[in-house]
Design a protein around this ligand. Sequence first.
Ligand code: CDP
Length: 218
Amino acid sequence: MSNSANLIVAIDGPAASGKGTLARRLAEILNLRYLDTGSLYRATGLSVLRAEGDPTNEEEAVKASENLDLSIFSAEDLRSEEAGMAASHVAFLPSVRAVLLEFQRSVAARPGDQFAGAILDGRDIGTVVCPDADAKIFVTADLEVRIKRRLQELKDRGEPVIESRVREDMTARDQRDRDRSVSPLKKAEDAWELDTSKMNADEALAAALSHIRGTGPQ
Ligand code: CDP
C-alpha cells in the first residue's frame, strides 16, 4: 500500500459476485468514497430504453452517456435485469466507455476532503480506470452461486423472477463482458483474487480487509 493520502481500492468481478456489497462495506469502514461504476452503464442503458432507443446503437448510447440525468440513479428499475442487459450493450461501445472514463477517474483523483480515498467497483477498474490503485481485488464466485444471489436480490426487491431467464441473461452478459475488445472483464496481473463461493458477506469483508491492510494473503 502506498503512503499517499488518497487510498484507491479497485474491485472488479463478474455479475453478482458480491463485489457491490463488499465495496460498500469497505467504503464505510475505511472512510472511502464509493463509486459503483456499473450504475453509470446501467443509467446509460436505461436512458436509451426509456427513449425507446436501441442500446446497441452507438450514436444513441453516446448521447445518453453524455446527458445522464441524476434522477435516473435513484430509479427503481436501475438494478433490474433489463437495465443490466442494456448496460452490457452500451458498455460494449468504446465511445461510451471513453465518455464515462473521465468521470470515474475524476472521482478517484478527487474523492472529496472528507474521505481518505476512493473505492470503485466494476469490470475494468484495476486494468483501465485505476491501474495504479493501492489495492486491487478481483471478486469471483461460481456461476450457480451467482445465479442464486441474483435471484435472492430480485426477490428481496419484490421483482418477478424466472430462474431460466436470469441464468440466460447472466451467462450472456458475462460472456459479452469478457469477450469485448475494449476494457474486457479481466483480472489485473497484480490483483488479488477473492473467491466468495463459500463465503458469506462478513467472511468476504474480513478477508478483503486483511488483504488491504497488508496482513492477509497478497
Ligand atoms: O451488479 P452486476 O454485477 O450485475 O452489474 P453492474 O456492476 O451493475 O454492471 C452492469 C454492466 O455494466 C456489466 O454487465 C458490464 O457490461 C457493464 N460495466 C462495465 O462494462 N464496466 C464497468 N466498470 C462496470 C460495469
